[in-house]
Design a protein around this ligand. Structure first.
Ligand SMILES: *Cc1c(COP(=O)(O)O)cnc(C)c1O
Length: 427
């Protein structure tokens, strides 16, 4: 299997090259050269998640130096359960928040960390990651104390919840946390900029763990494949997914699983008040803009990077429109959904997951699986006033809260980041 850039089909890369580079030289994102069609009889309902993952990813690892490590990578990365819960007769919830930092980002971050750690390094590589909340903590946790890598996390100061910040800044050692005086889009721009600079390329050996890295997308296909297969086995019909989305990473992975032929009827997206994707579907014009702050802050993205991957899959607008539907959910609707969900089902959902359940309410009687993207305890400041209850704190979170934390503040300028990084990592 080869990988290509979204901007150039002619240059072929191996999987490990694509993993290490993060972004192609031409600025495009890596995608598999093709999507192998799945043979559903290769799978069965007795398979463990790790068996299932290994089977699915075999083709994507073919002829790469990591091929022999695939089993071990899956076994080390997926150390926590994937839960599928029944909400009502035609709605299920895919709970992806049981990992060490309590969001679905743990799947991609842990998988990528295992892969990069296995690829031998001439010198240490530096993972630079921009985060609007959960990526930073998932990446920091996944790479913490991995000898061959150092990590720089950029997050927008004052624009993420206190618990999210704590989860990013509680590591130390090979993890440097920087609070950027700017927005998430500034953080993303800084990462892209660093990729084009000699010092970052040659001295720091920069790589990316953002959802632009193919090593984040591949493992995210698995839970869609796994849960759609389980549903199909049981009900003899295929299911639809509703996916809360911002940067379109998690959603693109679902479309890839569908493209492979897993039994997915349709996919629908839930966005917050950042409407870039909704406006594209309505107008055919993709116009990135500044992100606006919402209650579902991990989805506050004004220029979703993975649009480039998704529009590669659905090459013209009419095909895109036929396959991708999306509803934009306001802050008021998020709050109402959290409240109603608690009253109806006695379950607490996070603001991102709430966008998904709002969309569910507006959909047909067909069966849907709504993706739960983060544990509600990360957003207690938003949720507790609505439900008038204390949110239980899972053990993972308590462990992180007990740690000391440390971060630096930087201007949204690469030169500022360079100075602090050189000092922190003794370069
Ligand atoms: C990252 C994140 C999202 C959005 O995922 P994308 O892959 O960026 O679309 C949604 N919810 C939560 C909790 C997240 O952390």
């Amino acid at each position: 299997m080869h990988y290509i850039s979204t901007r150039n089909k002619n240059k072929l890369y191996s999987l490990s090259e694509a993993l290490q580079k993060g972004l192609a030289e031409d600025g495009g994102l890596f995608i598999p050269e093709y999507f192998p069609k799945v043979n559903l009889t290769d799978y069965n309902s007795q398979m463990s998640y790790i068996d299932f993952a290994e089977k699915l990813l075999q083709n994507f690892f073919k002829n790469d130096i990591l091929e022999k490590n695939l089993r071990e990578i899956c076994a080390n990365a997926f150390i926590f359960p994937v839960k599928i819960e029944t909400i009502d007769s035609n709605t299920q919830m895919l709970d992806l928040c049981q990992g060490p930092t309590l969001s679905f980002k743990d799947f991609g971050a842990r998988f990528l960390a295992e892969c990069l750690n296995k690829i031998s390094h001439k010198n240490k590589s530096t993972i630079m990651v921009a985060t609007s909340g959960d990526t930073g903590s998932a990446v920091a946790s996944a790479f913490y104390k991995k000898e061959n890598t150092q990590v720089i996390v950029l997050y927008p100061k004052g624009k993420i919840s206190e618990k999210q910040e704590k989860q990013i800044t509680c590591w130390g050692k090979n993890i440097l946390s920087l609070a950027v005086l700017g927005t998430f889009d500034d953080c993303q721009r800084l990462v892209k900029q660093a990729f084009n600079e000699n010092w970052w390329q040659n001295v720091m050996n920069i790589s990316s763990a953002n959802s632009i890295n193919i090593g984040r997308l591949l493992p995210q296909m698995i839970y869609y494949a796994y849960s759609s297969f389980a549903y199909f086995n049981k009900n003899k019909t295929s299911v639809g997914f509703i996916i809360p989305t911002g940067n379109l990473g998690n959603a693109t992975a679902a479309y890839w699983a569908k493209e492979m032929g897993f039994p997915i009827r349709e996919i629908s997206l839930a966005t917050n008040e950042n409407r870039v994707i909704n406006d594209y579907i309505e107008s055919g014009v993709f116009s990135p803009r500044k992100s606006v702050l919402t209650l579902a802050n991990a989805m506050d993205v004004g220029n979703p990077s993975n649009f480039e991957r998704l529009s590669q899959l659905f090459q013209d607008y009419s095909i895109f429109k036929k396959n991708v539907s999306s509803i934009s959910v306001s802050n008021v609707e998020i709050k109402q959904t959290i409240g109603n969900f608690y009253n109806n089902y006695k379950r607490i959902i996070c603001p991102h997951t709430a966008t998904g359940f709002f969309v569910r309410k507006n959909k047909s009687a067909h069966s849907w699986i709504v993706v739960s993207t983060a544990d509600p305890c990360k957003f207690d400041d938003i949720i507790e006033p609505i439900i008038q209850e204390k949110i239980p704190i899972p053990e993972q979170m308590q462990n992180l809260l007990n740690r000391e934390s440390m971060h630096w503040e930087v201007k949204a300028e690469l030169s500022d980041i360079e100075k602090i990084a050189a000092k922190y990592f003794n370069i």
